[in-house]
Design a protein around this ligand. Structure first.
Ligand code: NOJ
Length: 521
């Protein structure tokens, strides 16, 4: 079963720290998000994904949860979050929270109990080896910190001990099998967390590191998939309209395991990366030349690298759910300034006309730029994509009334830093372009989630890429050179950008351009 609202869903990702500060303490908060819902709606977005907003020591920006059932005081209260669900629903906006099931903070009470020498209810909630000098059987581990005579396995940073869902293949006695009561209890605890927010009005979850639950899993992730199928059963029975979105990037597994959606993530060198972020230094916050991304005007690349990665996975998973394109997220480098505004327009036109549900990362709609900054809250190279939203010229670019030195991160100091207010006034702005494209998608069933996708033209060495969505024909030319596509029938233009003409049975894209054609009646 799948949440019916996903067919026409367009998501907006909000990093709560940096979106809108309503109380002047320098950090974004939930009332701030509520105050901007009309803006989100005006873009054409009808769903939100909010990064973790729960109590945490924030050593990994909130992906180190200390209390799954409590909103972090810096963002507000549980009542504020409930209010957000309610106001969002009144405006026709669904809200996904971020579930972190693979690990907690090292300060979570479960972990502190499990670290005690005496056996207790939580002793096996995490993965502990059988003595303090034993390595983690190939997994990162920490020893020597607690009275318990064992080392514990990490799921990510040092502050994030792995929760215990068991091992598919056991090599040591300290490794539990998946059906061990302790591992079952971990799953029950996570189901309880999910029910808690669903009962208060949340519409589902983006699931952090969804593939990471069962250790020593096989190549098809059969252990971890078994867990997600159980989660799916619970949702189908109790919350049939709740949506489940995986951070997995393997739709051939995640969607079969019961997720409604998975992300197409920027894994350096993969198909998605070849479109927007094909430059050396992508992982160490350097935007170096040459940039050979497909959407770079003067790049030498065609779409073959993208298609070789995308098509087999799309074909293998399209019956099972949605594989979703993102403009960026809180873990990758923003597409600007590596792509300029005109290049971004074509890239977005492509992203927003592809299958799945598109995700706009806050600020990408105005071309907010990646900034090289010192690390903050475990961000490292990701910090530069997490700066405050740029609402309007003036103090802190409208993000907060706090003194600039108190901000979560500094705002972009450039005199020409893009802002929402300025782009609202400019009909040619990236903001207006994004809005037009997203509304086109909202109004056009053939451009929506499940409508079929088919490659029409992607010739080796050619910059033109044409694809069909339902009965519509989309074509993009990111280059300065004239490109043409022979048409297989009579078409008229539904949308175009740049110099596009239909002449003598061909579509001509003269320079950077994008067109959506519909069959002529
Ligand atoms: C993926 C999240 O997107 C990232 O921000 C986080 O650091 C890791 N998972 C660990 O939870």
């Amino acid at each position: 079963m799948s949440a019916t609202w996903l067919n026409n869903a367009i998501f907006y990702e909000i990093y709560p720290q940096s979106f809108c500060d309503s109380n002047g303490d320098g950090i974004g908060d939930i009332p701030g998000i509520i105050s901007k819902l009309d803006y989100v709606k005006s873009l054409g977005c009808n769903a939100l994904w909010i990064n973790p907003c729960f109590d945490s020591p924030f050593k990994d920006a909130g992906y180190d949860v200390r209390d799954y059932k409590k909103v972090a005081p810096r963002y507000g209260t549980n009542e504020d979050l409930q209010q957000l669900f309610q106001v969002a629903h009144e405006k026709g906006i669904h809200v996904l929270l971020d579930l972190v099931p693979g690990h907690t903070s090292e300060e979570h009470p479960w972990f502190l109990e499990s670290a005690k020498a005496e056996k207790n209810e939580y002793s096996d909630r995490y993965i502990w080896t059988s003595n303090a000098f034993m390595p983690g059987d190939g997994m990162p581990f920490v020893g020597g910190e607690f009275p318990r005579n064992g080392t514990y396995i990490l799921n990510f940073f040092k502050c994030q001990p792995a929760l215990n869902y068991g091992y598919l293949k056991k090599n040591f006695n300290w490794q539990k099998s998946m059906d061990d009561p302790a591992c079952q209890a971990t799953l029950e605890a996570m189901l309880d967390v999910m029910r808690f927010w669903l009962d208060l009005g949340c519409d589902g979850y983006r699931v952090d590191m969804a593939a990471s639950l069962v250790k020593n899993d096989d190549e098809a992730y059969s252990g971890t998939s078994k867990i997600w199928k159980k989660v799916r059963e619970m949702l189908d029975a109790e919350y049939p309209e709740a949506a489940l979105l995986a951070e997995w990037n393997m739709p051939q597994f995640s969607l079969k395991a019961g997720f409604d959606m998975d992300f197409y993530l920027d894994w350096y060198g993969n198909g998605y990366s070849s479109l927007m972020r094909d430059y050396e230094g992508n992982m160490d916050s350097e935007i170096r030349q040459p940039n050979n991304s497909y959407f770079k005007r003067d790049a030498k690349s065609d779409v073959s690298r993208f298609l070789a990665d995308y098509l087999p996975k799309y074909e293998a998973s399209k019956q099972d759910g949605l594989w979703c394109f993102i403009t960026c997220n809180h873990d990758s480098l923003r597409p600007a300034p590596a792509l300029d505004v005109e290049e971004l327009k074509l890239a977005y036109a492509f992203l927003f006309t592809m299958p799945g549900a598109p995700f706009v990362y806050y600020g990408d709609e105005i071309g907010m730029r990646y900034r090289k900054l010192p690390t903050h809250e475990g961000g490292y190279h990701r910090t530069g994509s997490r700066t405050p939203m740029q609402w309007a010229p003036g103090k802190n670019l409208g993000f907060s009334k706090a003194e600039p030195e108190k901000l979560y991160l500094p705002v972009d100091p450039d005199l020409d830093a893009p802002t929402v207010a300025e782009q609202e006034e400019d009909p040619d702005s990236l903001l207006q372009f994004t809005r037009t494209l997203l509304h086109l998608r909202l109004d056009t069933p053939d451009l929506q989630a499940y409508s079929p996708f088919e490659v029409v033209s992607a010739k080796e060495g050619e910059r033109l890429f044409a694809y069909r969505r339902g009965k519509l024909l989309c074509a993009v030319n990111p280059s300065e050179q004239w490109q043409s596509l022979a048409l297989d029938g009579d078409y008229e233009t539904l949308f175009f950008y740049g110099d596009c003409t239909i002449k003598d049975g061909a579509l001509i894209l003269d320079g950077p351009a994008f067109a959506v054609l519909k069959p002529a009646n």
